[in-house]
Design a protein around this ligand. Structure first.
Ligand code: HEC
Length: 399
């Protein structure tokens, strides 16, 4: 595998290094937070066709294979597990102290104290964290996901690695590591084509190319965020973890921040000034919220969010928003809920999207079809529009 053929995909050209430390990290959907509302790209097309375009024979369309170009579950390309990922992103090249501080932090955040992750570490290790053999960690890579559908003008979306705890008791506990794909100056057409070309390779060539690409994409410079969904002790809980400078043993640690696009239903359903302010804001942004193009300000978001299994969904209470607004937007509440972690992970999925055996939720299967369409559109030089939350048409919404 020569570098030239993979160099423009996943090359970490340093474009990201200054965003890694900024306050407002590109987060879950890779949208910078200073955007008030997502502007769908203009679809005015140029009518000037270059002469050379007319002379070139059209490229034959690639027959996309989902498990090559959209998501990988082939064990031969899932070999870089948790120990490998941690060693590549952590400042000491090992990762013991990073995961020690991270999993311990679950138990000390003021908004929620979760003992499970720390218990898992205690069950496997003793002594100083820098001496742990992290290959003993009971996590398995469940899949690697191509999220080119999250591209915008500054980057070509994300590559994500999901993992599941395989401990017989200390589970379910799922992690996902999110890495940014650099922009390629072709509107992500070349990144899309590189992913697409994997569909056409023989198995050996696929393994070699995928592993080279992975090697290039997993680094501190491209690392955006880690996300967790955990149920070691009930209820289920979702969190996001961002790089934050630290004055501990390591220059940075992973810190829990307000969840991307996830309104804090528990807090905002309670009468008071915060609820009043929220309802006013919903009233004046009803169109964009219903269209799922509205960025939700941090002050309305939750630090972490919990859902009890077997208990009916607790809806966001929009009583107080004008009657005519609610009548004109009958799915306003659900469109606010579905862009958040628990809505999307429960409406058409059983809390988890990629299971320990690398099978997928119903939601994710449909999403993969929609992402395939998105990728083809990018390769055809179109600028497909995507809302926040599900890409698929008519997704199943929260009850
Ligand atoms: C639009 C629906 C949607 C939303 C909103 C969403 N997720 Fe997911 N999540 C998915 C899908 C689909 C996957 C599979 C990987 C992928 O497609 O990126 C996934 C994967 C995960 C995983 C790996 C385990 C698993 O379930 O497969 C974690 C952990 C996770 N998400 C956490 C979060 C957190 C935390 C949030 C909120 C900040 C969130 N998710 C919001 C759809 C969603």
């Amino acid at each position: 595998m020569d570098d030239a053929s993979t160099g423009d995909l996943w090359s970490s050209d340093g474009a990201l290094s200054d965003t890694v430390e900024v306050e407002t990290h590109p987060s879950f959907d890779g949208v910078s937070e200073d955007l008030e509302e997502v502007q769908p790209p203009s679809d005015i097309e140029s009518t000037d066709v270059a002469v050379t375009d007319l002379l070139l024979p059209p490229e034959p369309p690639i027959n996309l294979k989902t498990k090559r170009s959209l998501v990988w579950i082939d064990p031969a390309v899932l070999e870089c597990g948790l120990a490998c990922i941690l060693s590549k992103i952590s400042p000491d090249g090992h990762g013991g102290r990073l995961i020690d501080a991270w999993f311990t932090r679950f138990a000390t955040t003021f908004h929620s104290e979760r003992l499970g992750p720390k218990q898992l570490l205690d069950a496997y290790f003793s002594g100083p964290a820098q001496d742990w053999n992290l290959d003993d960690l009971p996590f398995k890579v469940t899949a690697i996901h191509n999220r080119i559908d999250l591209m915008d003008s500054g980057h070509c979306g994300e590559l994500r690695i999901s993992l599941a705890s395989m401990d017989p008791i200390l589970k379910p506990f799922h992690l996902i590591f999110v890495f940014q794909q650099s922009s390629d100056e072709t509107g992500c057409k070349s990144v899309a084509s590189d992913w697409a070309s994997l569909s056409e390779l023989e198995a050996d060539a696929f393994h070699a190319k995928a592993n080279t690409l992975l090697d290039q994409s997993i680094s501190f410079e491209t690392f955006l965020v880690a996300e967790t969904v955990e149920f070691i002790v009930a209820p289920w809980e979702w969190r996001q973890w961002f790089v934050e400078p630290s004055d501990g043993a390591m220059p940075w640690s992973l810190e829990n921040r307000p969840l991307f696009q996830t309104v804090d239903t528990a807090r905002l359903n309670k009468p008071g000034a915060e609820r009043d302010e929220f309802l006013d804001w919903v009233s004046s942004h009803a169109d964009s919220l219903d269209a799922r193009t509205q960025l939700i300000p941090e002050k309305f978001r939750a630090m972490s969010v919990r859902v009890n299994q077997g208990v009916p969904w607790i809806p966001l209470d929009l009583t107080g928003v004008g009657k005519d607004i609610l009548e004109n937007h009958p799915t306003l509440r659900q469109n606010i809920e579905i862009v958040g972690c628990p809505g999307c992970h429960t409406a058409d999925a059983e809390f988890v999207q990629t299971l320990p055996d690398s099978s997928f939720s119903e939601f994710y299967k449909k999403e993969l079809e929609a992402r395939e369409g998105f990728m083809k559109a990018v390769m055809a030089d179109e600028t497909p529009v995507r809302p926040f939350g599900p890409l698929q048409d008519n997704p199943i919404l929260t009850p």
